[in-house]
Design a protein around this ligand. Structure first.
Ligand code: HEM
Ligand code: HEM
Length: 136
């Protein structure tokens, strides 16, 4: 599957879980899981959907293993951080390694994404300049 498709599917799953969680918090009037809910939605729904749009804009990138790996690592990091933060806010210290490792996995993965953005945006600029130059 292409990196953008994986991003879009995973983003929708994340927001469905995130919204259901939000409704449960609102009905129960127990907002203690708020940071976990917020990050599941922001890392899962918002960030993954944005990655998907970027990959869809760069067809040669989204078929690479690096792009696919970046998306899968983000999904794993988001699950780890969300579970860890939810456990911590429920008073379970066992959530610390999940939240901590998830944070660094996400940061590393964002650095990889940033590097891909720089490489492929540069490539596009060079290609556009070549197209603009007059034919010999
Ligand atoms: C059915 C949909 C949703 C419901 C019922 C819901 C419900 C809630 C509730 C009850 C809180 C706690 C508010 C508080 O304690 O101050 C909250 C916080 C939050 N939610 Fe949602 N939520 C929903 C969807 C979303 C989505 C789609 C996003 C992101 C795209 C999102 C992002 C956030 C954020 C960032 C916070 C923390 C806000 C703050 O710092 O005060 N939520 N949500
Ligand atoms: C490695 C990734 C991240 C880590 C470790 C992290 C960590 C944190 C922490 C420790 C808080 C304070 C929570 C509290 O007061 O209980 C927070 C709040 C918040 N963060 Fe993040 N964050 C990350 C990524 C992001 C991203 C990518 C976004 C937006 C796209 C975001 C949006 C927010 C918002 C809106 C709040 C306030 C709502 C809340 O208290 O949960 N964060 N974050």
């Amino acid at each position: 599957m292409k990196a953008s498709s994986v991003s879009f599917y995973a983003a929708v799953v994340a927001v469905l879980v995130g919204m259901s969680w939000g409704i449960v918090m609102a009905i129960s009037q127990d907002h203690s899981a708020m940071p976990a809910h917020a990050h599941l939605n922001l890392l899962g729904w918002v960030s993954l959907f944005l990655f998907g749009i970027f990959y869809r804009l760069h067809p040669s990138l989204e078929v690479t293993r690096t792009a696919l790996m970046q998306v899968y690592v983000w999904i794993i990091g988001t699950i780890s951080l969300t579970v860890g933060v939810a456990m911590l806010h429920a008073g379970n210290k066992g959530g610390e390694p999940f939240a901590g490792i998830g944070s660094f996995v996400l940061l590393g993965d964002m650095l990889l994404f940033g590097w891909l953005v720089v490489c492929y945006e540069r490539r596009d600029v060079v290609r556009n300049l070549a197209l603009m130059s007059p034919a010999e």
